[in-house]
Design a protein around this ligand. Structure first.
Ligand code: TEU
Length: 544
């Protein structure tokens, strides 16, 4: 039999370098810290690590603003540290995926400095999206586009002669100027960046803002009342900044670069594109290998909604012959432990406002554990975000002074931003920074309750979230769940029940405990009550 490539059913663990482990004691995580903790990931049982950006960067958007794609930022270490990380990962049998940020550079990138200095109409400006403003003196932005982080998507520059001049486009912060991907130098440069990291031995790339790199010709105005981050609107119209046809040419080109290397190198798209049929266009045979399934991440806790996501995902992926992915948390969203702590009808869709109520922590953790066990029983690849194996909630009460996400500043605090899911990991001990590093203060404060959630506190403790994840990952591998399928069973609409191979999976989203089908209970997200599955719980059962 032909073996499926490793990524088909891989569980890939996202490491957020600032917040994983701090070796040098400056309160910010670093590459040597990650390397020293890779054995935790091997023991957890994941297949690969995805590292969020660690490249040279002024860190205005936590590294998603790159000033040198071929070097490591001093805050994270050196290129030698990156090599050492790759070597240690290989020793432990872990693959390594790195983040690629091709939609924009940092405004500190030498290209942007050169563009400012060279002035309008220059070769240097052609690499970015510079335009003259509207109005008699060009004092209005070229169009009405808004930044994802709030405010206008355009910033006016001062020309070399000292006068206000052209505007440049930034779909994110003003420190993140968008590249013009129709410029051949841009495309050539990124081929070289891919090769640089492939030559160093990485197994793949997570491609940031994969749906945004090409903008519609003429940059037409757009009515922003319609979902900015969706690849299409309910009426089927596509915003001029997202999911344009031209992005696919870029991925076809990159696929050829990856395929020229041995060893199943892969790419996963971060593309906020809906519906599934548009997302899976990124997964046609000569393009991307995977795309994050954000429909799954956005689904609320409800049997009908989850079942619908599973069905539409599997159906759309089957058409292009690509494995599905599943993802519940990442560094941009409220952690699923916190999301599920709200009643489904009040679950925050995106950004949380300062006046939003606090989530119910017990309810959230119970549902998060059940949702994870459900996810890990589905066929395809799964993505975990650091700390979810500890059941970490978001830090929802961070003081404003410590917040660093540009989204907080750009919305004037109307959206508190994403710092709450980026708080450093508690590893051990009873005092901050709970083993994160030698310094007592981490770059974001950890809540005192996290002492009980540390890796050391959960290790070997029956029923802990860490042991649940370890057990699930071990069984998932043994039972080959990631390479299986879904066959729905069971009469009840509010109880999800399906067979994947010889395993039966039951998730109880009803309001009462339910009987389990015949067979041995292999793993459950919560203790059974009199042999019955409690509410908000998932169980895996061996064939009866
Ligand atoms: O995110 C792209 C994106 O559009 C969203 O995830 C967005 O950041 C979020 O919804 C805002 O609330 C990617 C990265 O994952 C993110 O961390 C970066 O800030 C962004 O690109 C810019 O590089």
């Amino acid at each position: 039999a032909v073996q499926a490539p490793w990524w088909h059913d891989a569980v890939i663990y996202q490491v957020y370098p600032r917040s994983f482990a701090d070796a040098d004691g400056d309160g910010v995580g670093d590459l040597p810290g990650i390397t020293s903790r890779l054995d935790h990931l091997a023991a957890l049982g994941v297949d690969a690590v995805w590292l969020s950006p660690f490249y040279r960067s002024p860190q205005r958007d936590a590294g998603y603003d790159v000033s040198d794609y071929r070097d490591v930022d001093p805050v994270f270490g050196t290129l030698e540290d990156a090599d050492a990380l790759l070597t240690r990962a290989r020793e432990l049998g872990l693959r390594v995926v790195v983040d690629l940020v091709p939609n924009h550079t940092s405004s500190d990138h030498p290209w942007f400095g050169a563009a400012l200095a060279a002035g309008p109409g220059s070769r240097e400006r052609a690499r970015y999206v510079f335009r003259d403003g509207r109005g008699p003196r060009g004092e209005q932005p070229p169009n009405n586009w808004r930044s994802v982080f709030g405010g206008s998507a355009w910033t006016r520059v001062v020309e070399p002669d000292g006068r206000p001049g052209q505007w440049y486009l930034h779909l994110f912060d003003s420190s993140q100027p968008d590249l013009d991907w129709t410029d051949p130098e841009v495309a050539d440069e990124f081929d070289a960046v891919l090769r640089f990291w492939l030559d160093r031995g990485v197994d793949g790339f997570r491609v940031d803002v994969a749906h945004g790199m090409v903008k519609a010709e003429g940059l037409p105005d757009w009515d922003h009342e319609q979902a900015l981050l969706q690849g299409s609107t309910p009426s089927g119209e596509r915003p001029p900044m997202w999911d344009q046809e031209g992005v696919h040419d870029i991925y076809r080109r990159w696929r050829q670069v990856l395929d020229s290397y041995p060893g199943d190198r892969m790419m996963v798209a971060e593309a906020w594109v809906a519906p599934q049929e548009r997302l899976t266009r990124y997964l046609r045979g000569d393009e991307m290998h995977q795309a994050f399934n954000f429909d799954h991440l956005k689904a609320r806790w409800g049997a009908r909604e989850l079942r619908e996501v599973v069905d539409s995902t599997l159906a759309a992926h089957a058409v292009v012959g690509a494995p599905a992915t599943w993802v519940l948390s990442n560094h941009d969203v409220l952690r699923h432990t916190s999301r599920f702590g709200y009643p489904p009808e009040r679950m925050p869709a995106g950004g949380v406002g300062p006046d939003d109520p606090q989530p119910d922590a017990d309810l959230g953790l119970r549902r998060a554990r059940a949702a994870t066990l459900l996810m890990l029983a589905l066929p395809g690849g799964a993505y975990l975000y650091q700390g979810e194996e500890l059941g970490l909630p978001d830090h929802t009460t961070l003081p404003d002074e410590v917040r660093q996400d540009p989204q907080f500043a750009r919305t004037g605090g109307a959206d508190v931003g994403r710092d709450g899911c980026r708080v450093p990991i508690p590893w051990s001990g009873t005092a901050p920074s709970y083993g994160f590093g030698p310094a007592p203060a981490a770059w974001l404060p950890q809540p005192p309750s996290w002492a009980e959630l540390s890796v050391a506190a959960q290790e070997g403790r029956e029923g802990s979230t860490l042991e649940l994840y370890r057990g699930a990952l071990r069984l998932r591998r043994e039972l080959r769940l990631g390479l299986g399928g879904v066959r729905w069973l069971g009469p009840r609409e509010d109880v999800l029940e399906f067979a994947n191979g010889s395993t039966t999976v039951v998730a109880n989203l009803s309001g009462e405990s339910v009987d389990l089908p015949a067979g041995e209970v292999l793993l459950a997200s919560a203790p059974l009550v009199g042999g019955r599955l409690p509410v908000d719980a998932t169980a895996w059962i061996a064939a009866g």
